[in-house]
Write a protein that binds this ligand. Structure first.
Ligand SMILES: Cc1cc2nc3c(=O)[nH]c(=O)nc-3n(C[C@H](O)[C@H](O)[C@H](O)COP(=O)(O)OP(=O)(O)OC[C@H]3O[C@@H](n4cnc5c(N)ncnc54)[C@H](O)[C@@H]3O)c2cc1C
Length: 494
């Protein structure tokens, strides 16, 4: 095969794998020699350090995944000498510099839809172009992106079910076809000594080791495949098991989808395939729907970049007067630290604070609690999740928060307010999740564990719980908070 370019550079961002990687595939197919680069971007990392968040599991996850990616590039190259070039600094300037140092003709990337990333890529493309180089971008993160799935009137969908129908109807090769990279391994080039450097340590970048290694969050390409293999065996139970946080009912692949250690096309292909098998069909179809939600929120953000600046999807929800007094600040601190007095809320916050993960059902309940029980602006919770979630993704996080607070597209109706105790009794009936994350409540009965303030003095004494000492009293009364919320939300009527 003839090559269009002599030299190419693949700039990895949230696509940390070799197999079925669109930009890598296109670079290898069109260049005689190809190098690979990742930049720990200070534009993203410095704001975390400025907020004192030195223990960031995502930075550790990425670093471990890069080490594996570098080895995988070596294995994919014919002489075994290819590896990943890794830098720590401002991507906007480093990418054109490395392109210059390697004298490449073109840089290859997979598209990122977040407004900040779009702006960065525009600037990098301009700098490359000024030096006579091209930036080529490809779809890799989503199955369908931007305007690929539109209504009959050629407008973006804002309701999920018809979007899903149109998504499924449009699904055909090449959208889920793999991008083979193996056949051009001879084009992966060794890194010149002048450019080669060790992957920077966490400490060199200002970060510190986290508890990631003690959690069940395997990193890199191998970690993604381990989780997926484990999940495929359980997918038949997904539709039923996914709502119970104490069970291992979901895939836990979100952090891998966030950083691209596994291909979304490969997952969609597999889900479609399993959906055709009796026995797996319901679970696989339900799981595929969740992958479609991911595309749905990507395209929403693409069409509404103002959401990244805090706009409510439905502008009339910006009329709501949120609580902003000192008591509201204290309630927010209690929510963040898991001391609201509602066990399921506090156990969920212990999960996110201790592991960087939170189960989907709990994300919905804690988000609803923040906006509809505490009367706080959902953007405060959105920011907190953005800093803590390993899988943080602007489009899904914003979509989830606007769903729960009712301002989003296809959201929970504003007058529907989760009862945190009823949700707890329904989805953690035996309190297994609460007990796991709140050991102080471990000895309470299945009835009392959801609402300890209603337990008898004898039961509390027997379980070794003194309210106010071992566990807080509720910071709000749900019934009165509900009435206040219906009043607060009245401005969105009509
Ligand atoms: C308030 C709130 C905030 C959220 N923030 C994020 C976020 O920052 N990043 C994120 O990836 N997901 C977010 N979600 C969606 C969802 O909670 C997580 O994707 C899911 O819990 C991840 O667990 P899993 O990988 O086991 O999911 P599974 O149930 O196995 O689902 C498979 C994959 O589908 C995707 N997915 C599932 N549900 C959704 C959804 N509702 N929206 C978009 N994609 C979805 C994820 O990539 C997930 O890994 C949020 C939801 C809410 C309600």
């Amino acid at each position: 095969m003839t090559s269009t370019f002599d030299r190419g550079l693949v700039w990895f961002r949230r696509d940390l794998r070799v197999a079925d990687q669109a930009a890598l595939h296109h670079a290898l197919a069109s260049c005689r020699q190809v190098w690979a680069l990742f930049v720990f971007d200070t534009e993203i990392l410095d704001p975390l350090l400025a907020r004192g968040l030195v223990h960031d599991r995502r930075v550790e996850f990425i670093r471990a995944s890069l080490v594996e990616l570098s080895d995988a590039l070596g294995h994919a190259s014919v002489d075994g000498r290819a590896k990943l070039i890794v830098r720590h600094g401002l991507a906007r300037t480093i990418v054109p510099q490395i392109a210059e140092a390697l004298r490449v003709d073109a840089v290859f990337v997979n598209r990122d839809y977040e407004p900040g990333a779009v702006d960065r890529d525009r600037e990098v493309a301009a700098a490359l172009e000024a030096a006579g180089r091209a930036l080529h971008d490809f779809k890799d993160q989503a199955v369908f992106e931007k305007d690929e799935v539109l209504t009959k009137g050629r407008t973006p969908f804002t309701v999920f079910t018809p979007y899903k129908r149109a998504w499924l109807a449009r699904l055909a090769p090449p959208h889920v076809d793999p991008h083979p990279v193996e056949r051009h391994g001879d084009r992966l080039a060794a890194v010149p000594d002048a450019i080669d450097r060790a992957v920077p340590s966490l400490e060199a970048m200002g970060f510190a080791k986290t508890n990631l290694a003690d959690l069940d969050i395997p990193t890199g390409i191998s970690g993604a495949h381990r989780l997926f293999d484990d999940f495929v065996d359980r997918i038949a139970d997904y539709a039923e098991g996914r709502d119970h946080p104490a069970r291992r009912g979901t895939s836990r692949l979100s952090v891998h989808l966030r950083f691209g250690t596994i291909s979304i096309r490969a997952l969609a292909r597999c889900a479609l395939d399993l959906a055709r098998h009796a026995g797996h069909a319901k679970g696989a179809e339900t799981w595929l729907s969740e992958l479609i939600w991911r595309d749905f929120y990507f395209q929403i953000l693409h069409h509404r970049p103002d959401l990244a600046d805090g706009a409510a999807f439905k502008p009339r929800f910006d009329r709501i007067g949120w609580r902003s007094d000192a008591a509201g600040d204290e309630a927010f601190a209690a929510w963040c630290e898991g001391r609201t007095g509602y066990p399921l809320i506090d156990a969920a916050m212990a999960q996110i604070n201790g592991t960087g993960f939170m189960h989907n059902r709990l994300r919905m309940i804690t988000a609803s609690f923040l906006s509809k029980d505490l009367g706080l602006d959902w953007r405060r919770g959105e920011r907190y999740f953005a800093e803590r979630l390993n899988d943080f993704d602007l489009s899904a996080n914003n979509g989830g928060w606007q769903w729960a607070s009712s301002s989003g597209c296809d959201a929970q109706p504003w007058f529907r307010i989760f009862n945190p105790v009823a949700q707890s009794e329904r989805f953690d009936a035996d309190g297994a999740f609460i007990r796991r994350h709140l050991p102080a409540l471990a000895k309470l009965s299945n009835e009392a564990v959801h609402s300890p303030w209603l337990a008898s003095a004898t039961e509390l004494r027997k379980a070794g719980v003194e309210l106010g000492r071992d566990y807080p009293m509720p910071i709000v009364d749900h019934a009165s908070a509900r009435r206040a919320t219906l009043d607060r939300y009245a401005v969105v009527r009509g």
